[in-house]
Design a protein around this ligand. Structure first.
Ligand SMILES: Cc1cc2nc3c(=O)[nH]c(=O)nc-3n(C[C@H](O)[C@H](O)[C@H](O)COP(=O)(O)O)c2cc1C
Length: 222
């Protein structure tokens, strides 16, 4: 697959087939992704790959906490975006809700949709990225970003879909309990990965982007 085709084809997949992903395939993807650049070649990504009963335990414990009203406490702080950023967040939510047939006032379906995220969209595998707390956090997050995007692009070559996600790791205590990621590592982000169910309505989403004119400032060209 051509690199530009891959970048254009990648999209967040929120519905998966139950088929397992072979460990060898995941290993190959992660091996190639280890070529991702990082500041001073620090390679700060610690990768925990979770499937089977362990992943089911995490899903179940996430849902128990979420539905009992426990406040999520992600280790990479998250606050509601404002202005144009909030607008874009709302836009993608509207697109997804329309595809899923979720009405704005339908609290039950909205709650079920939220829970799906906390269940890693029922993907057969979740990849959890953590970084050593001794590292400078902002810089390490940039490096994690290069790694995560590379994983998502390579996955396409193997017929796999991905969704980078915060929701699955919103309760880090749950992830730690079942994966034994030590406290010395900050749990940064996760990726749901598996074979896409193309009949799942939300997978038809085409997220929007600003045009280059709207986000680029050219200096010294004229
Ligand atoms: C750091 C990060 C966190 C994300 N967290 C979530 C999440 O918790 N739930 C979700 O449904 N999508 C999540 N996404 C996916 C974004 O919503 C998605 O990338 C964006 O809407 C653009 O759509 P696309 O990936 O289909 O191009 C996340 C993406 C990134 C990069």
């Amino acid at each position: 697959m051509d690199i530009i085709d891959a970048v254009r084809a990648r999209k967040s997949i929120r519905g998966y087939k139950p088929a397992p992903v072979p460990k060898e395939v995941l290993k190959e993807i992660l091996d190639i992704a280890s070529r991702s650049p990082s500041a001073m070649n620090t390679q700060p990504w610690d990768v925990t790959v979770v499937t089977g009963e362990v992943l089911d335990n995490i899903r179940q414990a996430n849902i128990e906490l979420l539905t009992s009203g426990v406040r999520p406490s992600p280790e990479v702080p998250f606050h509601r975006p404002e202005g144009i950023y909030r607008q874009r967040q709302v836009d993608i939510a509207i697109q997804l809700f329309q595809l899923m047939g979720i009405a704005r006032e339908d609290k039950e379906k909205r709650a079920e949709w939220e829970q799906r995220g906390y269940r890693f969209f029922d993907a057969p595998v979740a990849i959890i990225l953590s970084v050593d707390r001794s590292l400078e956090e902002l810089k390490a997050m940039m490096d994690i970003g290069t790694f995560v995007q590379t994983v998502c692009l390579i996955a396409l070559k193997y017929g796999l879909g991905t969704c980078i996600e915060d929701q699955g790791i919103m309760f880090p205590e749950v992830v730690r309990k079942f994966t034994h990621i030590p406290e010395s590592k900050l749990i940064a982000i996760s990726i749901a990965i598996g074979y896409p169910d193309w009949d799942f309505p939300a997978n038809k989403v085409e997220s929007k982007r600003e045009t280059v004119e709207n986000f680029v400032t050219w200096c010294g060209f004229d």
